[in-house]
Ligand binder design. Structure first.
Ligand code: ZN
Length: 229
C-alpha cells in the first residue's frame, strides 16, 4: 500500500530511522490519468534534500474518487504512524484536490498541503474538455445508487468547496497551465498562499522552480513539525 521512494532500489516498504531536524515526511499524490511515476523526478529532488517521500501505490489514477480517498487515507495514516510526526501532502492536479480533502478530514495528521495546478473551484467546469470526458468515461457505480456522475459536484465526496481552515495550504498555479483555468486553482484564507510559476500543467512535477517551492516548505515543516506537541 504505502511505499517509500528510494531511487535505484525501486518501491519497497521503508524501514525507519530518525529524521534529521529539518526533514519532513512527504506523501505525493499523482493527477488524472497519471501514476506515481509521474512524480518520481519531484520525489528524487525532495529525497536529495533529506526528506522522506512516500507514495500510495497509484499506478494510474482512474478509480472512483471515493475509493481513491480511502486508499490515500490509509497511506496517510501509515506514514504518520511511523514516528507520530505530521506529514506534508503534495498533490498534482486532481491529486491536489485529494490532498486538500485529506486536510479537511485529518487535520491532526497533516502539517501542510501543497497543490500543484489543482482546479479546486468547480474542478470539472474549469478543466479542459479532455478532463471532463475522462471523468464521464470512467464513472463507477456507487453502492447507494447512481454512478460517479450523480456525485460529480463533490467528486464522489472527495471534494468540498470551502477552504481548510486550520491547515497551511500552498497553491502553485500557472497562467500557462493549458489544462485547467489558473483562476480556478486559487482560493483565499488565513493559512493559504498562492504562488505563480511559469511552467505548464503537465510539466509542473519536473520543474526546478516547483521543486524549490516544495522543498522550502518541506524544510519549514521539518523545523516546526512534531516539536510543539
Ligand atoms: Zn464515484
Amino acid at each position: 500500500m504505502l511505499y517509500e521512494f528510494l531511487p535505484g532500489l525501486g518501491p519497497r516498504t521503508g524501514s525507519d530511522g530518525p529524521l534529521a531536524d529539518s526533514s519532513s515526511k512527504i506523501l505525493l499524490i499523482p493527477g488524472f490519468l497519471a501514476g506515481d511515476a509521474s512524480l518520481y523526478a519531484l520525489a528524487m529532488g525532495l529525497r536529495g534534500g533529506g526528506h522522506r517521500v512516500f507514495f500510495a501505490g497509484i499506478w494510474i489514477n482512474i478509480d472512483c474518487p471515493r475509493e481513491t480517498i480511502g486508499r490515500l487515507t490509509r497511506a496517510l495514516e501509515s506514514a504518520f504512524e511511523r514516528d507520530g510526526r505530521k506529514v506534508v501532502v503534495v498533490g498534482h492536479s486532481l491529486g491536489g484536490i485529494y490532498a486538500r480533502e485529506l486536510a479537511h478530514r485529518y487535520p491532526q495528521l497533516i502539517e501542510r498541503t501543497i497543490l500543484l495546478g489543482s482546479a479546486i473551484r468547480e474542478p470539472l467546469d474549469n478543466s479542459n474538455p479532455f478532463v471532463r470526458m475522462w471523468f464521464m468515461a470512467t464513472r463507477r457505480r456507487h453502492q447507494e445508487g447512481g454512478t460517479c456522475l450523480n456525485h460529480i459536484n463533490s467528486l464522489c465526496g472527495a471534494h468540498r468547496p470551502e477552504p481548510v481552515a486550520e491547515i497551511a495550504q500552498t497553491i502553485v498555479y500557472s497562467r500557462n497551465d493549458a489544462v485547467v483555468d489558473w483562476r480556478s486553482c486559487i482560493e483565499s484564507g488565513p493559512n493559504i498562499e498562492a504562488i505563480e510559476v511559469r511552467t505548464g500543467h503537465n510539466s509542473m512535477p519536473f520543474s526546478p522552480e516547483v521543486l524549490a517551492i516544495v522543498a522550502e516548505r518541506a524544510r519549514w515543516a521539518g523545523v516546526g513539525n512534531g516539536r510543539a506537541h
